[in-house]
Design a protein around this ligand. Structure first.
Ligand SMILES: Cc1cc2nc3c(=O)[nH]c(=O)nc-3n(C[C@H](O)[C@H](O)[C@H](O)COP(=O)(O)OP(=O)(O)OC[C@H]3O[C@@H](n4cnc5c(N)ncnc54)[C@H](O)[C@@H]3O)c2cc1C
Length: 364
C-alpha cells in the first residue's frame, strides 16, 4: 500500500493467526483442470497456493471451507469461539459516530426505533465496508466540507478524501456451451445433495470460480499481476441471476489495478437512506484496453486442445463478436463488479491531502 506496516510480509503473519480455515478444493471440475493445462502450455507456472506475491502464476483457488463445509466469519469467530467481553447488538443501525472536541467518543445507534448512544471506553472502530464506512463518516460530519454543508450536516472535520478513490475489480466474461453434462449448471440435484451430506464431496463443494491465472502486462517491467483470468464451470452473467438451460463454462478477465476512480456521496442526511454510489467504471481508457486484451487472451486459451472434450460453441458474446469494437461493446454492456470495492477511506501519510486514515487507521 506504500504505507509503513502494510506490506504483505507484515500482514501475512497476522492473517495466519486468524481462526480461518482455508483448504484446497475437494472436487475441482475437469474443465477447471483443462483451463490450468492450457495456461501451463502458455508458460504460466502452476502454483499450489495462489495467494503468494509472485507475478505470473495459475492454480486452483483455495477456499474458506473446512471438511467440505463453508467456514463463515460466524463459524470462525462466534460459534464456540466468542471473544471475551464482546457483546453483539443485532438489528442495530449506527446512525453516526459521536465526535466531541475532535475525538470520537461513541456511536449513536437505533434499535427497534429507539435511538441511544453507546459510549466508547477506548476507541470507536468503524468497519462498515467500503460503501457504508464513508457514509457513516459523512453522516458524522467528517468529509468534504462543502458537500456536508450542502446536506445541512455540521462539519466536524473537513477531510476531502472521504468517499473518494473508490475502486473495484471489474470483470467481463466469455461463455461456451459444454458438450457434456459436467458443469455446475443444474448440479443442485438430490443425488449431489446426498453426496455432500454423506461424504462432503462433489460439485456442491465448489466455490464456482475454481481456477485462475494472475498475469502482469505483456512486456512491462512492472512484475505485478494486472489481469486475472478466472474459470467458472457454469453459465455466469448478470451476477449469476440470469439462468440459461444447458451446460456451460465461463472464463472471465478481471482488472486487478483499475485506474478509474469512483466515489460515495450522501444522497440524503437520513442514515436509513442508501448513499449514492458512482463506480465510474471504465472512465480511464487504459482499463477498457486491459480488459479487451484479457478477452482476447481468454479466446486464445479457450481454443486450446485441453478443452476439446467439453468445448461446444461460444455463446456469449458469440463468435460474431470479432472486432475490437464488438468486444468493447460487450464489455461496456456486461462488465460487472467482482465485489471487491475498496479505497473510499484511503490510508496515507500526513503529506497526502486525500488520505482519510493514517497508517494506524486513525481518522484524520
Ligand atoms: C458475492 C460476493 C463474493 C465475494 N467473494 C469473495 C472471495 O471469494 N474472496 C474474498 O476475499 N472476498 C470476496 N468478497 C469480498 C469480501 O466479502 C469483502 O471484501 C469483505 O467482506 C469486506 O469486509 P468489510 O469488513 O470491509 O465489510 P463488510 O463485510 O461489508 O462488513 C461491513 C459490515 O458493517 C455493517 N454495517 C454497515 N453499515 C452499518 C451501519 N450503519 N450500522 C450497523 N452496521 C452497519 C454491514 O451490515 C456489514 O455487516 C466477496 C463479496 C461478495 C459480495
Amino acid at each position: 500500500l506504500g504505507t509503513p506496516g502494510w506490506a504483505w510480509a507484515y500482514v501475512e503473519p497476522v492473517f495466519r493467526r486468524l481462526p480461518l480455515r482455508i483448504e484446497p478444493q475437494i472436487s475441482p471440475n475437469p474443465i477447471s483442470l483443462a483451463f490450468l493445462d492450457a495456461l501451463q502450455d502458455e508458460g504460466i507456472p502452476l502454483e499450489r497456493r495462489l495467494s503468494g506475491p509472485r507475478g505470473k502464476e495459475c492454480g486452483l483457488f483455495r477456499t474458506t471451507m473446512h471438511q467440505g463445509r463453508r467456514w463463515s466469519a460466524s463459524r470462525a469467530y462466534l460459534q464456540g469461539n466468542m471473544p471475551p467481553g464482546l457483546t453483539l447488538r443485532l438489528d442495530t443501525l449506527v446512525r453516526r459516530v459521536v465526535v466531541e472536541e475532535g475525538r470520537a467518543t461513541g456511536v449513536e445507534v437505533v434499535t427497534e426505533g429507539e435511538v441511544s448512544t453507546l459510549q466508547a471506553r477506548g476507541a470507536v472502530i468503524l468497519a462498515g465496508g467500503a460503501i457504508n464506512s464513508p457514509q457513516l463518516l459523512l453522516l458524522s460530519g467528517i468529509g468534504p466540507g462543502e458537500e456536508l454543508r450542502e446536506m445541512g450536516i455540521p462539519v466536524r472535520s473537513d477531510v476531502p478524501g472521504v468517499g473518494r478513490n473508490l475502486q473495484d475489480h471489474l470483470s467481463v466474461g466469455i461463455s461456451w456451451k459444454a458438450t457434456r453434462k459436467v458443469t455446475l449448471d443444474g448440479a443442485d440435484t438430490f443425488l449431489n445433495l446426498l453426496r455432500w451430506l454423506l461424504f462432503r464431496r462433489g460439485p456442491l463443494t465448489s466455490p464456482v470460480a475454481e481456477a485462475a491465472a494472475f498475469l502482469p502486462d505483456d512486456g512491462s517491467p512492472d512484475p505485478r499481476p494486472m489481469l486475472e483470468l478466472i474459470l467458472g464451470p457454469v453459465w455466469f452473467a448478470n451476477h449469476g441471476f440470469d439462468r440459461r438451460p444447458g451446460s456451460h463454462y465461463t472464463m472471465g478477465a478481471v482488472l486487478l489495478h483499475p485506474e478509474s476512480r469512483g466515489r460515495i456521496t450522501l444522497a440524503s442526511p437520513d442514515p436509513l437512506a442508501a448513499p449514492h454510489i458512482d463506480p465510474a467504471c471504465l472512465t480511464a481508457a487504459c482499463d477498457a484496453e486491459r480488459l479487451l486484451a484479457g478477452l482476447r487472451r481468454i479466446r486464445h486459451i479457450g481454443a486450446h486442445k485441453s478443452f476439446a472434450p467439453w468445448r461446444g460453441n461460444e455463446v456469449f458474446p458469440g463468435p460474431g463478436a470479432t472486432t475490437d469494437e464488438d468486444l468493447l461493446n460487450h464489455l461496456r454492456a456486461h462488465a460487472q463488479s467482482l465485489y471487491h470495492p475498496v479505497g473510499s477511506c484511503r490510508m496515507g501519510p500526513a503529506s497526502d491531502p486525500m488520505a482519510v486514515v493514517d497508517p494506524e487507521l486513525r481518522v484524520r
